[in-house]
Design a protein around this ligand. Structure first.
Ligand code: GTP
Ligand code: MG
Length: 316
C-alpha cells in the first residue's frame, strides 16, 4: 500500500502553488501518488508548468511515496481491530457480521420510506454508546443533503438507549448542504473536526440527490461522476485514516434493462457500486416492518434481515 511521508498534499511539492494544485486536481491528479506516476511532459502541458519544474515535482512525489508490504496476518490483525456500530437489531447486526464496520463505506439504498434515514438516526445514537454496548464511544458527523434530519427522533432514540438526549444531540454535528459544492467541502474540510471531536461515524443522507439535481443530461454525466469519485475517495480516506464508519444512503431507479425480477437499482452508476464496501437494499413490508437485503459484501454471505421501525428506533 502506498504510504506518504511529510509530503501529503500536492501543494507540498516543489514548484506547485495553490493554483497549479487546483488545476492538477481538476485534471484528475488529486494525490501525491498520482503525480509520482505521471509523465512530467504531460503535467507540463496540462497546467503550464515548465518541464523542468514538472520533473522536480514528479521526482519529489516519487521519493515521498514508498511501497509498504503487509502480510496476510498483518491484515488479519488489522481487521480484528476494526470497530463495529450496532444497528440495534440483532438480525441486522448478524447480517453485517456484527454491525456497521469501520474503515468502510456502507450504503443503504431503497425507495422512499424504506427506512434509510431512520437507520441513520439509530446509528448516530449507537455510535455514541460505549464499546461493550455496541458503540464506539464517539461523535457523529451528519451531512444532511435533503433536510430530513430530525433532532426529536434523536431525542426519542437516545432516551430509549438511556443516553442523555441533550448530550446525544450535541454529539451529532449536522451540516445541512444544498449544493454539491457544499457537500464536497463538508467532507474535504472534515479532518480537523473528526480529530477534535472524536468522530466515529460519518453519515451522508443522501449521497446522490444533489448530484442528480445539479448535473442533468448526458453531457453532464462525465463531470458528475468525476466529482462524485473524488468525493467518495475522500470519504474512504477519512474512514481509513481515523478508523471510523461511513454510512451513506442512496436513491433508486427502475432499471429498464431488468425484465424479470426486481428492477430496483441504486443510482450513481459504477462509481457508487465500487465505492461501497457493503450495500444494503431496504424494502418496505407490512406496517412498520422493513426487509433488508445484504447485496454486496466482501466477507459475508448474501441474506436478509427483517427489522421494525418504532418511535424508539430500530428493533428486531
Ligand atoms: P426517503 O428519504 O424518502 O428516500 O426515505 P427513507 O428511506 O429515508 O425513509 P425514512 O427512513 O425516513 O423512513 C420513513 C418511515 O419511518 C416512515 O414510514 C415512517 O412511518 C417511519 N417513521 C418515522 N418516524 C417514526 C416514528 O417516530 N415512529 C414510527 N413508528 N415510525 C416512524
Ligand atoms: Mg431519507
Amino acid at each position: 500500500m502506498p504510504k506518504e511521508k511529510s509530503i501529503k498534499e500536492l501543494e507540498d511539492l516543489p514548484g506547485i502553488g495553490p493554483t497549479t494544485a487546483e488545476k492538477l486536481k481538476e485534471n484528475g491528479y488529486d494525490s501525491v501518488e498520482k503525480i509520482a506516476v505521471a509523465s512530467p511532459h504531460e503535467l507540463s502541458e496540462l497546467v503550464g508548468l515548465s518541464v523542468d519544474n514538472a520533473k522536480k515535482a514528479v521526482e519529489a512525489a516519487r521519493q515521498a511515496t514508498t511501497l509498504e508490504y503487509s502480510t496476510g496476518s498483518d491484515l488479519y490483525n488489522k481487521r480484528k481491530a476494526l470497530g463495529r456500530i450496532s444497528t440495534n437489531a440483532k438480525t441486522l447486526d448478524d447480517l453485517l457480521g456484527g454491525g456497521l464496520e469501520t474503515n468502510a463505506i456502507t450504503e443503504a439504498y431503497g425507495k422512499f420510506a424504506s427506512g434509510k434515514t431512520q437507520l441513520s438516526f439509530q446509528l448516530s445514537v449507537n455510535a455514541q454508546l460505549p464499546l461493550d454496548k455496541g458503540g464506539l464511544a464517539g461523535a457523529v458527523l451528519f451531512i444532511d443533503t435533503e433536510g430530513t434530519f430530525r433532532p426529536e427522533r434523536i431525542e426519542s432514540i437516545a432516551k430509549a438507549k438511556e443516553l442523555d438526549p441533550e448530550q446525544a444531540m450535541n454529539n451529532i454535528k449536522v451540516v445541512r448542504t444544498v449544493t454539491t459544492e457544499q457537500q464536497i467541502l463538508s467532507i474535504e474540510r472534515a479532518d480537523k473536526l473528526v480529530r477534535d471531536e472524536n468522530i466515529k461515524l460519518i453519515v451522508v443522507d443522501s449521497m446522490m440527490s444533489l448530484f442528480r439535481s445539479e448535473f442533468i443530461g448526458r453531457g453532464a454525466l462525465g463531470e458528475r461522476q468525476q466529482k462524485l469519485n473524488s468525493h467518495i475517495h475522500k470519504l474512504q480516506a477519512l474512514a481509513d485514516t481515523y478508523n471510523l464508519a461511513v454510512y451513506v444512503t442512496n436513491q433508486v431507479m427502475d432499471n429498464p434493462a431488468i425484465l424479470f425480477g426486481d428492477p430496483t437499482t441504486p443510482v450513481g452508476g459504477n462509481i457508487m457500486a465500487h465505492a461501497a464496501t457493503t450495500r444494503l437494499y431496504m424494502r418496505k413490508s407490512k406496517e412498520e416492518k422493513r426487509i433488508i437485503r445484504l447485496v454486496d459484501s466482501p466477507n459475508m454471505p448474501e441474506g436478509e434481515a427483517v427489522i421494525k421501525i418504532t418511535t424508539n428506533g430500530i428493533r428486531d
